[in-house]
Design a protein around this ligand. Sequence first.
Ligand code: 5GP
Ligand code: ZN
Length: 117
Amino acid sequence: MSGEPQDDCLFCKIVAGHVPATIVRETDTTVAFRDINPQAPTHVLVIPKTHYKDAATLATAEPALAADVLREAKAVADEDKLESYRIVFNTGAGAGQTVFHAHAHVLGGRGMQWPPG
Ligand code: 5GP
Ligand code: ZN
């Protein structure tokens, strides 16, 4: 929850410029940067600049901002000339979420299997 920057949040620190990241796109409301441990040739994280713990909390509090994140995910895919790509919102530790600041993973540039692991 909140929308306020969290002192202990890695992605709030990236937004503030206190932790370096390879930023590929930035808008008034979002930042997109390369994942430090890429799982595909394109692996970019798109985050809202304001802090919400997960995608659903973001969408409930600020639906227009959630839409900004999705639009930026497509813009990232377009910049990397991806015809197909996957957008993932891990939600909860059991699903693999490790950073509790809402983020879209944009993955592409290789074949993808379904169902995911
Ligand atoms: P989650 O597991 O929460 O869905 O995704 C968090 C992602 O953040 C992981 O894919 C992880 O590799 C990435 N990550 C963790 N620490 C850093 C960092 O300091 N910089 C960047 N660019 N990515 C990070
Ligand atoms: Zn945060």
